[in-house]
Design a protein around this ligand. Sequence first.
Ligand code: FES
Length: 548
Amino acid sequence: MVGEDRTVTVRLLPPGIEVPARAGAPLLEALRRAGLFVDASCGGQGLCGRCAVQALSGRWSPLHDDELRAGRRLACRSSPLSDGSATLLSLEREAVWAPFPASALPPGTVFLAADLGTTTISVAASGQDGEPLVELRTTNPQVAWGSDVLRRLAAAADPGEAGALRETIRRSVGELAACVLEAGRIEPSRVRALALAGNSAMTVLFLGLDPRPLSVAPFRSGLERLRTVALDPGAFGLPRGAETFFLPGIASFVGSDTTGGLLAAALDRGMRPALFLDAGTNGEIVLAPSAGPMLAASTAAGPAFEGGHLTCGGPGTAGAVYGAEVRPTGEVRLQVIGGGPARWVCGSGVLQLAAAMLDAGALREDGRLEKSFPGVGEEGGMAFFRLCSRAGSPEGAPSRGSTLDTRHATRPPDLPRLDRFGHQGELRLTQGDVREVQLAVGAIRAGWRILLQRAGLQPRDLRRVVVTGSFGKALDAHAARRTGLLPSAGPEPEALPSGAVRGLLRAAAGLDSRGRCESLARGTVHVPLGDEAFQEVFLDSLALRPYP
Ligand code: FES
């Protein structure tokens, strides 16, 4: 980023923090360095419009073309030229409490777990039985470097940025751990252990490993050789005696979060053959055949199931649409987290919406919106389906979960709540959004089809199907089968909410030994996808219809 050597001070209102900034350099640079939360999904390219900022005083750079296009100042394009003040309009970083009664935490020893995802990080606490009783999730603050891992890995090639990326997520884990303890009224001295895990990119960035092997072909991380890593508990505000460790992963793109999920599902010890799916930006799929080692694969599902990249998408927090009913008349009834007005559609909601649209005839199995269906329109050559207008945004029901602003939320309560309504005042699912969903479903379906083929199994042979990740909390079995995300044959899928966190708590509490964690990771065979055979199955998996 360009800029002068002169330093100016930008006061952020609220919360009234003063941030030193290089005059003439984009404000985003100073925000990252100060460790402040800002949604910079496109990595500072001026494309996503999410780093919106309002200049309140001082001299600022003239509006850039990208800002004129976005209709607002952007932190990645606006540079302070003198001391001044500004307000960040980024989507707020919300903290969501899983609805566990904190008072239920028994007295005595406490164990903590931290699951580091690309979009969300989560910290939970349990007693000796490893059952999560308090859990807090929040946006991964590394989104200030971009929402996708490749941008973050590219940024981490600069040692200074790598340090900032590492510190920002470590600080967040410490802050979330403090919040969890506060919520459970737990004295830090009661914490006996903290177990951490993450996907491969998060592991590299968190542990400060060389990011280059993971970002260039042949995309090897070397993580398959990594064993349990001991960490300093003091870095997370925990007492000296609290055992703090990072779980081992399975392969380059099958991280330790999958190890955690497998521990929680006891996939190797339950009824087999069993299929495990962790749906997120990457879909991690593990098959436990009737006998022999488990097979694991990772498939690039894209961000559709994380919600954020869709025109109408957002995180699974208050205001997110998580379910829908579509009538043949085009009438849409939305179910909204928290029960208030709809603001966007979350990852599990978009799958449910796609299934409802398929059932109603608004969407064809080849992924095209049906233009003759009421509510389907076209603008600028892009077809879309109208979900609701801002004025008619429904009061959703029933409520799921609750939202609590914490000290981590940078959005003050008096700012208007941002949403994903377009300038037409409508929440829409566009043809482009449907394509993203179709690609995600196709990639995941191709992944489990290939693992089943490799083991010589058919979907009907499965005795267990376990789903965690984006759908672990709100799995709609009909939607998953209607779209072909999960096999239609075989057993009813089991939802495993917070799978990685549950497994980590088991490891922290010693219910699963370090030896078991390592042998589970080392004993699972990685099946690389991405060759021609995968492409063929992937293309054959793109239709949004039940399979087989
Ligand atoms: S527009 Fe995407 S980070 Fe600024």
